[in-house]
Design a protein around this ligand. Structure first.
Ligand code: FES
Length: 180
């Protein structure tokens, strides 16, 4: 088809709503566990994040659709609490503890050192997708303050330089894997 001035008409392809497909089975396991529980939205989102590592947009839409919550409420809760992540985390989730004992042990210096070295701020991920930098309030290892947690591993009595060395080590390991 051509327009009146003989320019070809651009085709706009409609790909349809992603929700026309049924929700994935692993998500349904979580949703079915809480079906009918009107006060379980935070728990549902926690479980989705635990399963996927973050809150994927489609899964939030399925949650609203399947559990009968307005989508605005699901997004409202997901974006209100900073424990929820809307973007996929880096391979290594680095959390600097900001609890009282770690704060007294100058954990804020560790955080600023890592921010400066990595070139990212809190809750951001390095462009190579390797490291997400976050903070956490007390991980129960106060006697080792100041503490940094990388994925599930706790690094105690850190200095800013030691924290950076630990991350450099992870980066070197990841690079080695790339060339294996
Ligand atoms: S305050 Fe950091 S581990 Fe408790």
């Amino acid at each position: 088809m051509k327009l009146r001035d003989d320019k070809p008409l651009k085709k706009n392809v409609y790909h349809g709503s992603p929700l026309t497909a049924p929700p994935p089975a692993d998500l349904m396991v979580i949703l079915n566990r809480h079906r009918g529980q009107r006060d379980a939205l935070i728990t549902v989102l926690e479980e989705i994040q635990h399963h996927y590592g973050y809150l994927p947009k489609n899964q939030l839409e399925y949650t609203a659709q399947e559990l009968g919550f307005p989508l605005s409420r699901v997004y409202g809760v997901a974006t209100f609490y900073n424990l929820f992540q809307m973007k996929p985390p880096g391979r290594y989730q680095v959390r600097v503890c900001k609890g009282t004992a770690c704060h007294v042990g100058h954990s804020s210096e560790i955080l600023s050192h890592l921010e400066q070295k990595l070139g990212i701020g809190e809750d951001e991920t390095t462009p190579d997708g390797l490291i997400t930098l976050q903070t956490v309030a007390c991980v129960g290892a106060c006697s080792f303050a100041p503490v940094m947690v990388v994925n599930d591993r706790t690094h105690g009595r850190m200095t800013p330089d030691e924290a950076w060395q630990a991350l450099e080590h992870l980066r070197a390991e990841a690079n080695k894997e790339l060339f294996r």
